[in-house]
Design a protein around this ligand. Structure first.
Ligand SMILES: Cc1cc2nc3c(=O)[nH]c(=O)nc-3n(C[C@H](O)[C@H](O)[C@H](O)COP(=O)(O)O)c2cc1C
Length: 222
């Protein structure tokens, strides 16, 4: 059995193709999960809509709590970390992450960044060993895990090798974060031209939907 963690983060609650002005990244993430579920109905899927339920941003008290070993935390520190504990538990339970992510101002949406800040945790998802050449120890490399980043952009040219690739701090940043934790099998499928619309968007959507199907099928048999 594969356990999926399905995340959406678009501020637009509806899905493109079903709702007027719906979200393209939600459409792609649901297309991937639906394809997976059709083939493996018994696989567990945990769904988290970060836009509907925004993780708390990291605040002052969070930092000493996270850096205090678990058995020495005060009850107040345990309480401060409770939400982060839940998000970390969901992440660690999953072998496959399906993440819907719009590009907002060249980066990821704030609720998704808040999720990242809650799940990158010392002694939980990474460790620090100053005795090693590379002191960072990824704790999610314990078993094979994969992630697919389903993104949508108003403009175009943000893919690797594209004219605006250097300004893409969205899926590229998330890929780096996941790699830091030990999840190195990461694929991106992107829709572009959302602002222009018309045939350019239609062609990009069609390409992305077939790339999603192909990736799901490849990972279902891998
Ligand atoms: C606040 C905001 C910031 C955006 N910033 C960018 C951007 O930097 N580059 C870009 O190409 N499109 C940008 N867009 C357009 C979105 O990436 C585009 O509408 C995308 O389809 C949103 O994803 P969704 O369809 O899943 O909601 C922005 C949209 C919003 C609402």
């Amino acid at each position: 059995m594969t356990r999926l963690l399905h995340i959406d983060s678009s501020a637009r609650p509806g899905r493109a193709g079903e709702h007027p002005h719906g979200s393209h990244s939600r459409r792609l993430s649901h297309a991937f999960v639906n394809r997976w579920r059709a083939a493996r109905p018994k696989d567990e899927v945990v769904y988290r809509d970060l836009a509907a339920s925004e993780p708390t941003v990291v605040r002052h008290e969070w930092i000493p709590a996270a850096f205090t070993p678990e058995d020495r935390r005060t009850p107040a520190q345990h309480a401060v970390l409770r939400e982060s504990d839940t998000l970390v538990r969901e992440l660690k339970a999953a072998e496959l992450l399906v993440i819907g992510m719009p590009m907002y101002n060249f980066g990821m949406p704030a609720p998704l960044k808040a999720w990242v800040d809650n799940i990158v945790r010392i002694a939980a998802t990474f460790d620090f060993d100053p005795g090693r050449d590379n002191p960072y120890v990824p704790l999610l490399a314990d078993r094979p895990r994969r992630a697919v980043l389903l993104t949508s952009r108003g403009g175009n040219g943000f893919d690797a090798g594209g004219p605006l690739a250097a300004m893409n701090h969205a899926d590229t940043a998330l890929r780096d974060v996941l790699g830091f934790l030990g999840i190195t099998q990461v694929q991106t499928v992107a829709i572009e031209h959302e602002e222009a619309g018309g045939p350019a968007l239609a062609a990009s959507v069609a390409r992305a939907l077939s790339a999603v199907d192909a990736l799901a099928d490849a990972w279902l048999t891998a």
